[in-house]
Design a protein around this ligand. Structure first.
Ligand SMILES: NC(=O)C1=CN([C@@H]2O[C@H](COP(=O)(O)OP(=O)(O)OC[C@H]3O[C@@H](n4cnc5c(N)ncnc54)[C@H](OP(=O)(O)O)[C@@H]3O)[C@@H](O)[C@H]2O)C=CC1
Ligand SMILES: N[C@@H](CC=O)C(=O)O
Ligand code: NA
Length: 374
């Protein structure tokens, strides 16, 4: 329980109020830690409370945003307002990005340079352009007036599960990570956990995808999960944290070519058309499931990162596993399972398992990152 008084309150701007953003607002309202909401925004509207004169009622944020005549969601306006607040405040100012927007991700360096901290479940900045990533980790950039902000991104891999923090701890304490393998997608885990239960006559693939979407596991466009891009992003995020891996990969950078489960005809479909037309392709994937079942196996979508003497490998693929394998027996719902094979955890890997997608658990990871700033 926090004993911190209101004078210790950190200032938090919440950008993105979809599934994760709404769950975060609930946790911000409930928390005993002192937090001032400095701004809220979705893709259409933004409300700023950085001038200290607005009395913001946390409980009515949705009504306030809906009612607002505030069409400006300009990130420079937000950065300037938060930057000014950072200059005059004795406590920290934080941008929380709960979008999957590349535009917001691209703006992080400007926020960090203005002394604003960044907390986010958005994977784009840490898995996209290497130049942007180098700016984020401070390998490039120019001197700043205020001390540079720091970023926390626990929920970018395994939602609230302590994956990023564990990997940081392993690396920072000098352990040598040799291999990370597991099921990295909550959506694909849910889909194959449920789908493998049935055989001929079981649930259709598209109906299971529909439930994963309704449960808040999927990306805003479910094709981003089914084409393996989301797993590839998570593998890239972890790979970039692993000393010595990049130089062992072909061309010196992570280039995951994930197996895609998206039918060719739906490759360019928008989210709505994608979901409408997915049932047309149910038979193709049912055939794969039934063939695996006849061999006594189940389907699982897995990721592997390997670093060995002179060699590196990063892969995302659909594999068959015997029904007795841990990936077949121990996973339920949207579970992720990650195994860290390291020098110290030699004989038996360090294992992390639990819900790897869902609004509440993702918001919990974001919230836990925010609490690191007190
Ligand atoms: N759901 C999960 O289990 C997990 C999600 N994540 C990540 O969390 C993030 C959010 O996911 P989720 O909540 O499911 O997504 P949603 O689609 O439910 O919500 C996204 C929100 O972002 C807003 N938005 C989009 N673009 C902008 C922009 N340029 N400026 C301001 N707001 C914007 C949207 O506005 P509007 O309402 O106007 O459309 C919406 O409120 C994603 O990056 C996802 O990868 C990470 C781990 C797990
Ligand atoms: N869509 C993602 C959400 C978490 O990153 C997943 O299913 O794993
Ligand atoms: Na995590």
């Amino acid at each position: 329980m926090s004993k911190l008084g209101p004078e210790k309150a950190i200032h938090v701007a919440v950008v993105g109020l979809g599934g994760v953003g709404k769950a975060l607002m609930e946790q911000l309202i409930e928390t005993p830690y002192p937090i001032n909401i400095a701004a809220i925004s979705n893709s259409r509207k933004m409300l700023l409370f950085t001038d200290g004169t607005t009395c913001f009622n946390h409980l009515q944020w949705a009504t306030a945003l809906d009612a607002a005549d505030a069409p400006d969601t300009n990130l420079d306006v937000l950065r300037d307002a938060l930057g000014a607040l950072a200059k005059r405040s004795t406590t920290k100012v934080v941008l929380v990005d709960n979008t999957s927007s590349e535009a917001v991700a691209n703006a992080y360096p400007k926020f960090l340079d203005a002394g604003i901290h960044v907390v986010t479940p958005n994977k784009k900045a840490f898995s996209g352009d290497l130049g942007l990533y180098k700016r984020l980790i401070g390998e490039s950039g120019s001197p700043t007036e205020l001390p540079r902000g720091v970023f926390y991104n626990e929920s970018t891999v395994g939602a609230g599960l302590p994956i990023i923090s564990t990997l940081k701890d392993l690396v920072n304490t000098g352990d040598k990570v040799k291999k990370i393998e597991g099921v990295f997608s909550g959506t694909l885990s849910y889909i194959f956990n449920e789908y493998s239960k049935g055989q001929e006559g079981g649930p259709s693939f598209s109906s299971v995808v529909e439930i994963a979407k309704a449960n808040g596991y999927t990306e805003p466009h479910p094709g981003d999960d089914l084409n393996g891009a989301d797993v590839a992003r998570k593998l890239t995020i972890l790979s970039r944290m692993l000393p010595g891996l990049l130089e062992r990969l072909p061309n010196g950078h992570v280039d995951v070519q994930p197996t895609s489960l998206v039918p060719e005809a739906l490759r360019d479909a928008n989210a709505q058309e994608f979901m409408q037309r997915l049932p047309e392709f149910d038979e193709d994937i049912a055939r794969k499931r039934d063939e695996a079942a006849r061999r006594g196996n189940v389907l699982r979508y897995v990721g592997v990162i390997e670093v060995s003497e002179g060699h590196g490998r990063v892969e995302a693929k659909l594999e068959e596993y015997p029904k007795t394998h841990a990936f077949a027996t121990s996973l339920q719902g949207s579970d992720n399972i990650l195994m860290f094979h390291t020098e110290r955890y030699g004989a038996r890997p360090l294992l992390i398992q639990g819900a790897g997608a869902g609004n509440a658990v993702t918001a919990m990871g974001v919230m836990s990152d925010l609490l690191k700033l007190f």
